[in-house]
Design a protein around this ligand. Structure first.
Ligand code: PMP
Length: 465
C-alpha cells in the first residue's frame, strides 16, 4: 500500500476515532479494549486498513455500494473538473451534469421518464412516499394514502422510511412510526411455512405469495391503498429472490386496484444483479424506481427517485394553483458532483462490460457456494442473482433453525482474518440474522471469486467443524 500511515499518525487517527467518531451500526463497548478497523485506501477490489493489512472486499464497501471498484481516476477527474466549473446550485435551476446523467439513466429504463435527484436511499424513498401522498390528496380526496411494504424488506433509516420497514429488530425502540404504512407478508420460498404456504411450490407458490398482498389490500380497502413498495430482491432481510410468477401477479394486483408500484432499487440498481435494474429480470413496469448505492458507486452522495410521465403529469395540471406541484427540495440535490460522478459511473459499467461480467462471475460464485453445501451441512440455502448472493446458515437442514448470531459473527471475523471482507444479513428479526452476504464489485475476477469462497470454506470448517 503506497499511502501507509506512519506509526505516530496511525495511533493519532485511532485515538481520534475512538474519542470522537460514532460509527454506524456499531456497539462501541468493544473499542475500549480493541481498536476499530479503519480503512485507509482502496484500489480495484482491494482495501487496506490502518495496519497495512490487505483485504479482498466481497461486500463493495460494506453495504453493496462500490459497484465499479475503488480508485477510479476517471471519476475523480470528472468530479474535479465539474467542481471547479460549478459545484452547486439548487432550487428550480438545472445543471449540465443533472440533465446529462438523467438522460443517460432514462435510456436504461424504458417506460420511465423523470429523475428527481436527492442524497440518500432513505430520502429517495421518502420522495416517492410524498408523491404518493400528494396524489392521494390531489386525485382521491385524501383517500389512498396507505403505503404497503413487505415483511423483511428495508427502505431506510429516516422515520417515514422506517415506518415502511419490515425488519423488526431495526425498528425496536424508535417508534411510534408514521401512520398508514401497512405490512404485507414476505415471499421467501425457503421459509414458506412462515406465511402458511408450506404446501405449494414453483410458480404456484409465487402467485400464492403475491395473492397474500391482495388479501391485505382487500382487508384495508382498495380505495385506501395508494402504493406498494417492494425491493426487487430483498437485500439486508436475507437476500430473498422473489419466486417465479410473483412479480407478474404483483403488477396485475396493482393494476386491478389502481395502486402505484414503487420498486426500491437502492441495492440492486446500476448493475448489481447483471441487469441495469433488478426489476428488469422480471419484465415488469414500475411507477416509481428509487436508487442510491451504486448510482455513483460511493464516489459522491447521490440518489434518485425515478417516475413515469403519467405520475409527473399529475403534478403539472392546474398550474396556477400554488399547491399543485411537488413542494419538496433536497439542499444537496443541487450538488453537481453527484450526477457528474454518476454519469461517468454508467460509462464505466457500459464500456467495461460490467453487466456481462456480473452475470458470469455471479454464476461462478453461486456455483462455488452451492458446491460448499456438499461439504458444510450448516449451509441450508444459497440464493441470489448476479453479484448479489447469500448463504443461509442453519443448525439443522430439516428444522431450518438459524445458527446463532455469535457463530455468524465468528465466520465473518474469520474471513476477515484471512483477508476477505464478507457481510451478514441485517438485524431483521432478533436472533434470526443468519445469512452470509456476498456482493463484490462488478469488476471481480474468477480468481478473486474463488479466493472469497475458499475463505468461506475455511471459516465454516473452523467455526462449525
Ligand atoms: N433501501 C434499501 C433496499 C437499502 O438497502 C437501503 C440501505 N441499506 C436503503 C433503502 C436506505 O439507503 P440510505 O442508507 O442511503 O438512506
Amino acid at each position: 500500500m503506497d499511502g501507509a500511515l506512519k506509526e505516530n499518525d496511525i495511533s493519532h487517527v485511532v485515538e481520534a476515532d475512538k474519542a470522537h467518531v460514532w460509527h454506524h451500526l456499531t456497539q462501541h463497548k468493544p473499542f475500549e479494549t480493541v481498536d476499530p478497523r479503519i480503512i485507509v485506501e482502496g484500489k480495484g477490489m482491494r482495501v487496506w486498513d490502518q495496519n497495512g493489512k490487505e483485504y479482498i472486499d466481497a461486500v463493495s464497501g460494506g453495504v453493496w455500494t462500490v459497484n465499479v471498484g475503488y480508485g477510479r481516476e476517471s471519476i475523480a477527474d470528472v468530479v474535479r473538473d465539474q467542481l471547479v466549473t460549478l459545484n452547486y446550485f439548487a432550487g428550480s435551476a438545472g445543471s449540465i451534469p443533472g440533465a446529462m446523467f438523467s438522460e443517460k439513466l432514462i435510456s436504461k429504463m424504458p417506460g420511465m421518464t423523470r429523475v428527481y435527484i436527492t442524497n440518500s436511499g432513505s430520502e429517495a424513498n421518502e420522495k416517492a412516499f410524498k408523491m404518493v401522498r400528494q396524489i392521494a390528496h390531489k386525485r382521491y380526496g385524501g383517500k389512498k394514502t396507505k403505503i404497503l411494504y413487505r415483511d423483511r424488506d428495508y427502505h431506510g433509516s429516516t422515520l417515514a422510511a422506517m415506518s415502511a420497514g419490515g425488519q423488526d429488530e431495526r425498528n425496536m425502540q424508535y417508534g411510534p412510526f408514521a401512520p398508514d404504512f401497512v405490512r404485507v407478508p414476505h415471499c421467501m420460498e425457503y421459509r414458506k411455512d412462515e406465511i402458511g404456504l408450506g404446501h405449494v411450490s414453483g410458480a404456484e407458490f409465487g402467485r400464492a405469495a403475491a395473492d397474500l398482498i391482495e388479501d391485505v389490500i382487500l382487508r384495508e380497502g382498495p380505495d385506501t391503498v395508494g402504493a406498494l413498495c417492494l425491493e426487487p430482491i430483498t437485500a439486508g432481510g436475507g437476500v430473498i429472490e422473489p419466486p417465479e410468477g410473483y412479480w407478474d401477479r404483483v403488477r396485475e394486483i396493482c393494476d386491478k386496484y389502481d395502486i402505484l408500484l414503487h420498486i426500491d432499487e437502492v441495492v440492486c440498481g446500476l448493475g448489481r444483479t447483471g441487469t441495469w435494474f433488478g426489476y428488469q429480470h422480471y419484465g415488469i413496469q414500475p411507477d416509481f424506481v428509487t436508487m442510491a448505492k451504486g448510482v455513483a458507486s460511493g464516489y459522491a452522495a447521490i440518489a434518485c427517485c425515478v417516475t413515469t410521465e403519467k405520475v409527473f403529469e399529475m403534478f403539472k395540471d392546474n398550474s396556477d394553483d400554488v399547491l399543485n406541484h411537488f413542494r419538496d427540495i433536497s439542499t444537496f440535490g443541487g450538488c453537481t458532483a453527484g450526477p457528474a460522478a454518476a454519469l461517468e459511473n454508467m460509462r464505466i459499467i457500459e464500456d467495461e462490460g460490467l453487466l456481462e461480467n456480473t452475470t458470469k462471475m455471479g454464476e461462478r460464485m453461486l456455483g462455488n457456494l452451492k458446491a460448499l453445501m456438499d461439504k458444510h451441512a450448516v449451509i441450508g440455502d444459497v440464493r441470489g442473482k448476479g453479484l448479489f448472493l447469500g448463504a443461509e446458515l442453519v443448525k439443522d437442514r430439516e428444522t431450518k433453525e438459524p445458527v446463532s448470531e455469535k457463530d455468524i459473527a465468528a465466520v465473518v471475523a474469520d474471513c476477515g482474518a484471512q483477508g476477505v471482507i464478507i457481510g451478514a444479513s441485517n438485524r431483521s428479526i432478533p436472533g434470526r440474522n443468519n445469512v452470509l452476504c456476498f456482493s463484490p464489485a462488478l469488476i471481480v475476477t474468477a480468481e478473486d471469486v474463488d479466493r472469497i469462497t475458499d475463505a468461506v470454506d475455511n471459516a465454516l470448517a473452523k467455526v462449525f467443524g
